[in-house]
Every structure is written in structure tokens, then in C-alpha cells.
Design a protein around this ligand. Structure first.
Ligand SMILES: NC(=O)c1ccc[n+]([C@@H]2O[C@H](COP(=O)([O-])OP(=O)(O)OC[C@H]3O[C@@H](n4cnc5c(N)ncnc54)[C@H](O)[C@@H]3O)[C@@H](O)[C@H]2O)c1
Ligand SMILES: [Zn+2]
Length: 364
């Protein structure tokens, strides 16, 4: 199954096929991507898939960086450049990024900047990176002062998705990716939203996964193209985030603030899951949508197992303070993506602080 993405620099494909990992070399060759191949992965993923990668790409140079957001940093980029020089990567070569969003952002930034840009293929291995970070061309690293402060737009030559690799992903990471899938449903695809809810019906998808994982992953594989298509549509319409692409920030103003206020104890997807509930409650409070929509968002995040409440030590004032440093709050004016209904996102500015605090209080 292939989806096309039109970008200002041309078109590339996203291929979604179980077993793609085993055919990685052939897939690159078929697209004429056959110069020096440098595969970048991390140590966790290498331990799981190193041998399969070696069989699929025997000639490739392999760079395995340490695992973790703290390595999405300029120091790592410097080490990657050293390796690029050492293995003789030049502008005829290609970088293959095999890992989650942290790896894809880091390896993608190295590829975007080395020799003013070498070709990049993304092979995302987490649910979040499959449906979100590998699509849209944003790459970059963090600074000690804040996340994603250094970056570039770098369109890949191809995105290769092998859904089979999701089977080794820790359940918590799968839940985090599901928060973004739910977000895509809320922004633009009610059918997708309903399918996610069906997939996570009782007793509980964790039990379901343990007892018989196969049907779960098969159904999940069918949802991937549908979720990715929502992001494709928005980035095609607005590649450099001047307008509608910002709808992808639904739940993220709350989410980023919760992540930050918790000292990054909360994972991004967990914070976004609760952020979606917060955005729905704020929408209702401002009279944009009815309570039925709020209940649907609460029901789906609960079914997936995402958090429903703030921890006791997270107080609304601290979260509001973190929110007001959001780089998207131009000139201190608050800015939220809210919902006028299912599939009807809207941008609202200058929301009163008291309304936001009231919503945060309701999440305790
Ligand atoms: N570029 C964008 O547009 C964009 C969009 C959203 C998020 N992001 C970025 O993505 C990052 C988060 O990505 P993520 O959620 O994928 O986290 P991640 O990359 O940290 O991966 C989560 C964990 O899963 C492990 N892992 C990856 N694939 C695995 C597999 N198949 N089996 C077992 N373990 C596996 C990783 O090693 C890691 O420990 C953040 O840095 C965020 O800023 C970027
Ligand atoms: Zn997100």
C-alpha cells in the first residue's frame, strides 16, 4: 500500500507493508537510492533489529546512537557528522533513519545539513513516528533551553513503514502514538475515531494484546494509512505551517505544558491524550461544542488507557505558566486549537486565563 505526498520539492511515497524490513535493500534500489548507504538507528532498536537490518542491507555503514530524548542534541549531530566523514558519505549517498521520532528527527537533521543536504529515507518504528513525525518534513534537535529549537525542513525520498515492528514496541509507547491517531480522527476523520474506539473495546486492550496480539496488530495496520492521510492532507495544504497545519497542535498547548510542568515525567503522548480532553472541555466551556463530544473524547482516551487526571503535584497555575511560554502564543496572546465539532477544528485566540484554569481544575 502506498500513499503519495506532494511537497514544494516534489512528490515522495509512504509505503506501508508488513515485511518491508526484510526487503529494505531492494526497496531502496528500486527507487535508484543506491549510493553509499548509511543506516542510523539507536542502541535499543539495534538490539532488536540489528541482524535483520544487516541481512537486508549488508553493505550499509551502521551508526547506533544512544536511546533517549536527551540525545536529540547537537552533540549527537557532531558525532554523526564524524561518522559520515569516516565512512565516506557524499552527496550521492543516502541516510536511512531507522527508529522512533527522536531518531528520525536527529538523523534527519544530520542528513539535512551534512554537505548542505544528502538524501534521506525514513523508516519509522514507533506508532507516533509512523503516523506523525516521519510525515511533513520537520527535522531537528533540542537545546538545553527548550525542545525542537534547532531544525530544518527536509523532505525524505521515501518513507518505509513495516507495521510488524510495532509488535516489539512497549505498550505505553503504543498508547502514546494512539493519542496522535485519536487527534487525527478528531481533526478530520470521524470514521478513524470510531475505529480506534472499536479496537480498544473492553475488557481492555492490554489483556487483548497479551492473549491474542495478532488481530490487534492487523487492525492497527489497517488504521495506519487512514491516520497518516490526515497529516498528509494538512501538510500538503500548508507545508511551512502558516495556517491549517497548526490544527495538528490540537491538545498540544495543554500537552506540552503538562510535559514541561511534570519535568518530562509524563510522556508526550500521555500529555497529549489529556490535552485532547482539556481542549474538548475548553471548547464546550466556550460554547463551541456540546457535552457529547467531550464525553466521546473522554471515552476514547480512557479506552486506550491514557491518563484521565492530572497528578496531585501538578497545579493548574504552574501548568498555565508553562503554557504562556509556548512559542505559538504570539506576543503573549493565548492561542488554542479547539473543536466546533468532530472534524471541525478552529483556532481561538485570547481565551481568558480563568477559563483555562477552570478546565485544568476540572482535570484534577
Ligand atoms: N518531526 C516532527 O514533525 C515530529 C512530530 C511529532 C513528534 N516529534 C518528535 O518525536 C519524538 C518522539 O518520538 P517517539 O514517540 O517515537 O519516541 P522515541 O523515538 O523516543 O521512541 C520511544 C521508545 O521506543 C523505542 N523503540 C522505537 N521503536 C521500537 C520498536 N519497534 N520496538 C521496541 N522499541 C522501540 C525507542 O528506542 C524509545 O526507547 C520527540 O522528540 C518529538 O519531538 C517530531
Ligand atoms: Zn504530538
Amino acid at each position: 500500500m502506498a500513499l503519495g505526498v506532494d511537497t514544494p520539492e516534489g512528490r515522495y511515497e509512504i509505503i506501508i507493508e508488513p515485511g518491508l524490513l526484510g526487503r529494505l535493500g531492494t526497496e531502496l534500489d528500486r527507487r535508484g537510492l543506491s549510493g553509499r548507504v548509511v543506516l542510523i538507528t539507536n542502541t535499543t532498536v539495534a538490539a532488536l533489529y540489528g541482524e535483520a537490518l544487516e541481512r537486508a542491507l549488508p553493505e550499509a555503514a551502521v551508526i547506533a546512537i544512544p536511546d533517549g530524548e536527551q540525545y536529540k542534541a547537537l552533540d549527537t549531530i557532531r558525532l554523526i557528522y564524524d561518522q559520515f566523514v569516516e565512512v565516506g558519505l557524499d552527496r550521492s549517498g543516502i541516510v536511512v533513519a531507522f527508529g522512533g521520532g527522536v531518531l528520525g528527527d536527529t538523523a534527519g537533521f544530520a542528513a539535512a545539513t551534512y554537505m548542505r543536504g544528502v538524501s534521506l529515507a525514513q523508516m519509522p518504528t514507533t506508532l507516533l513516528s509512523m503516523v506523525d513525525s516521519s510525515v511533513g518534513g520537520k527535522v531537528g534537535v533540542d537545546l538545553p533551553q527548550g525542545k525542537n529549537l534547532v531544525g530544518a525542513f527536509k523532505q525524505p525520498k521515501v518513507v518505509l513503514i513495516d507495521p510488524e515492528v510495532l509488535q516489539t514496541l512497549p505498550g505505553r509507547e503504543l498508547q502514546c502514538g494512539m493519542a496522535e491517531v485519536i487527534k487525527h480522527g478528531l481533526i478530520a476523520d470521524e470514521g478513524l475515531f470510531n475505529e480506534v474506539l472499536d479496537l480498544h473495546q473492553p475488557p481492555n486492550w492490554f489483556d487483548y494484546q497479551v492473549q491474542n496480539p495478532r488481530p490487534y496488530f492487523e487492525a492497527l495496520t489497517r488504521l495506519l494509512p487512514r491516520s497518516i492521510q490526515v497529516k498528509i492532507n494538512l501538510v500538503e495544504e500548508d507545508p511551512f505551517e502558516h495556517n491549517v497545519r497548526a490544527f495538528l497542535n490540537l491538545g498540544h498547548t495543554f500537552g506540552h505544558a503538562v510535559e514541561q510542568a511534570s519535568g518530562y515525567r509524563w510522556l508526550h503522548g500521555q500529555a497529549v491524550g489529556l490535552g485532547l480532553v482539556a481542549a474538548a472541555r475548553l471548547s464546550q466551556r466556550l460554547g463551541l461544542c456540546d457535552s457529547a463530544l467531550v464525553e466521546r473524547v473522554e471515552a476514547i482516551t480512557q479506552a486506550v488507557g491514557l491518563p484521565q487526571h492530572l497528578d496531585d503535584d501538578l497545579n493548574p497555575d504552574a501548568i498555565y505558566a508553562a503554557m504562556s511560554t509556548d512559542k505559538k502564543w504570539r506576543g503573549g496572546r493565548s492561542r488554542f486549537v479547539l473543536l466546533e465539532g468532530m472534524g471541525k477544528p478552529t483556532m481561538v485566540e485570547n481565551v481568558a486565563q480563568s477559563d483555562v484554569i477552570a478546565v485544568l481544575e476540572s482535570l484534577k
